[in-house]
Design a protein around this ligand. Structure first.
Ligand code: TYM
Length: 328
């Protein structure tokens, strides 16, 4: 059994990019491995945000994850800021993290160029992410493709810390990708992302799903109904890979390559399959009570913290700190 860790920001809305890129895998992995899934609120505050809505967005994300199929009997679900050891390990890892590597991170460069003043926390973001995973000595990290560079840096940080303070202490975490590892927005241009407003939410109603999917971008080579297309170049086909059974995917791919179907035919089938998967998730979310979610997160934090404390105690000892005054 591997130790699995992954995280998601409390954007409040779980969209099909998160779901197909990561969360669908989390639901599978909880049956096979020892899993921790974390709502990363400390990461979320590295970008401009509204304090008045953070707590609600965190609760909403937890509701989304439980409705999507995470079972607190099978995995640990918790909120990052509830386990203060994340922040402590973050600090301790900064001392082995090369500044140049942080400055080279694509996500940092993208986010930094959208801000007038760049906070140091944004630069430090991948160090906190490394702390999240290494705190639990996790070896498997189910994420979308956009996180691969952060994982590469995480391994570098683990190697450098081990080299200085204890060979073999932190394992080298590996990414676990899904088939739909990079879902584009409905515009077909850039990554699907809440901040870009190009998403289908896991909680959209059947009517909204169809309204959004109908005009969604497909393979640009299919200018008219008669032009054949290449499924691998079509974002709608990527989404089929997450929601449709293999035989439907094969059929859709054939109809696309031969121009047997128009894009609208393909989207209609996809909409039906999406609605079949997402309706029970939406209904479960409506039934989940805030009280139950609070209890799940409290119990999750207690379990995570017990594990985190063991690692931190060893880290402190290996780094040579004076023992005896640790916070209880
Ligand atoms: P976040 O909140 O941006 O996204 C959560 C997960 O969803 C995946 N994802 C996508 N996959 C495919 N297509 C998309 N359009 C798409 N959009 C999002 C992301 O790859 C991610 O797996 N830095 C992380 C959170 C994090 C973390 C961690 C992850 C913090 N600590 C430790 C793993 C391990 C993030 O911003 O995720």
């Amino acid at each position: 059994m591997a130790r699995v860790f992954s995280g998601i920001q409390p954007s409040g809305e779980l969209h099909i990019g998160n779901y197909l890129g990561a969360v669908q895998n989390w639901v599978q992995l909880q049956h096979q491995h020892d899993c921790l899934f974390c709502i990363v609120d400390l990461h979320a505050v590295t970008q401009a945000y509204e304090p008045a809505t953070l707590a609600q967005r965190t609760t909403d994300m937890a509701i989304g994850l439980l409705a999507a199929g995470l079972d607190p009997e099978r995995c640990i679900v918790f909120v990052q800021s509830h386990v203060p050891e994340h922040s402590e390990l973050n600090w301790l890892l900064t001392i082995v993290t090369p500044l140049g590597e942080l400055e080279r991170q694509t996500q940092f460069k993208d986010k930094a160029q959208r801000q007038a003043s760049v906070p140091a926390g944004l630069l430090n973001y991948p160090v906190l992410q490394a702390a999240d995973v290494l705190l639990y000595k996790a070896t498997l990290v189910p994420v979308g493709e956009d996180q691969l560079q952060h994982l590469e840096l995480m391994r570098e940080i683990a190697r450098r810390w081990n080299g200085r303070f204890g060979e073999g202490f932190f394992p080298q975490p590996q990414a676990h990708l899904s088939t739909a590892k990079r879902v584009l927005g409905l515009d077909g241009q850039v990554k699907m992302s809440k901040s870009l407003g190009n998403t289908i939410s896991l909680f959209d109603t059947p009517d909204t799903i169809w309204e959004k999917l109908r005009p969604a971008a497909t393979d640009p080579a299919r200018k008219t109904r008669k032009d054949p297309g290449t499924p691998q170049l079509c974002n709608v086909f990527t989404i089929h890979q997450g929601f449709s059974p293999p035989e439907t995917q094969a059929h859709v791919a054939r109809q696309c390559r031969t121009a047997g179907w128009g894009c609208l035919d393909c989207k209609r089938v996809l909409a039906d399959n999406m609605i079949a998967t997402l309706t029970p998730i939406r209904e479960r979310a409506q039934q989940l009570q805030a009280r139950r979610v609070t209890d799940v997160l409290r119990a999750g934090a207690a379990k995570a913290r017990a594990l985190a404390r063991q690692t931190i105690a060893e880290v402190r000892q290996r780094m040579g700190f004076l023992a005896g005054a640790e916070a209880s």
